[in-house]
Design a protein around this ligand. Structure first.
Ligand SMILES: *Cc1c(COP(=O)(O)O)cnc(C)c1O
Length: 229
């Protein structure tokens, strides 16, 4: 048992509710995803007992392994890591949503990995690069509409919205305001793609103020991540 886990979860949820109220938003419109990467499956089980329904993982192998250990936990598993086309089948088999679609090749691979013709579509977010460093994950803003058009044409994928990580060297409020603009641009192509995945431990209040609908919060809830072993 992780002694502080219930308190940390309650504290974060209180801060989410406060930030939502300050922004004139209903906290029930915000999905809090607990990022459990590097932590053991036992921690995910503890979170389930505390009522958590959405968890996030950033490595395919870890996602697949934890999901296999907890087949009946009623969890929605969010894949938030860099997606690789050759892992698409395993990601698709384990994830309810993929937050990191940033190029056509990944979208096509996830689409081709659909188990059969009348399967439920996979919820996907288009990850946008908010930095000037092309090596970071995410589509360049200039290519966003083109990507949205392509992914919305993938039969078994449902474009839900945008995702981003705030740059380290910029005020997150400014970065998330840009993201809100990118969200509007995606909605010009896919009108019901209203979700915005943004906000981590250090910046979730700013993300809520800018309209985030899905927060990806790790260490504020789980405590520090153990070294990978
Ligand atoms: C690890 C991770 C998070 C959570 O980070 P914390 O700072 O621990 O809240 C959120 N989003 C992504 C993409 C991550 O890789």
């Amino acid at each position: 048992m992780t002694p502080d886990l219930p308190d940390r979860l309650a504290d974060v949820d209180g801060r989410i509710a406060d930030a939502a109220r300050r922004a004139g938003r209903d906290p029930r419109d915000i999905t809090r995803i607990v990022v459990t990467k590097f932590h053991p499956t036992s921690l995910v089980e503890e979170l389930v007992r505390l009522g958590v329904r959405d968890v996030g993982e950033n490595r395919q192998q870890e996602l697949s392994a934890k999901r296999a250990e907890l087949p009946d936990a009623g969890l929605r598993w969010h894949f938030i890591g860099q997606a690789q086309a050759n892992k698409a089948r395993a990601v698709r088999a384990a994830a309810s949503a993929v937050h990191s679609v940033d190029r056509e090749r990944i979208a096509d691979a996830l689409d081709a990995a659909a188990p059969d013709d009348d399967t439920d579509p996979l919820d996907v977010f288009l990850q946008v690069n908010l930095t000037d460093d092309a090596g970071r994950g995410g589509v360049a803003p200039a290519d966003l509409e083109r990507l949205a058009e392509h992914v919305t044409g993938c039969r078994s994928l449902k474009v839900r919205g945008v995702m981003a990580v705030a740059p380290l060297d910029e005020n997150p409020a400014d970065a998330f305001e840009r993201l809100a603009g990118y969200s509007r641009r995606v909605r010009s192509v896919v009108p019901d793609a209203t979700w915005i995945s943004a906000g981590m431990t250090a910046d979730f209040a700013e993300a809520i103020a800018a309209g985030a609908t899905h927060l990806r919060i790790g260490s504020a809830i789980t405590g520090p991540r153990p070294p990978r072993g």
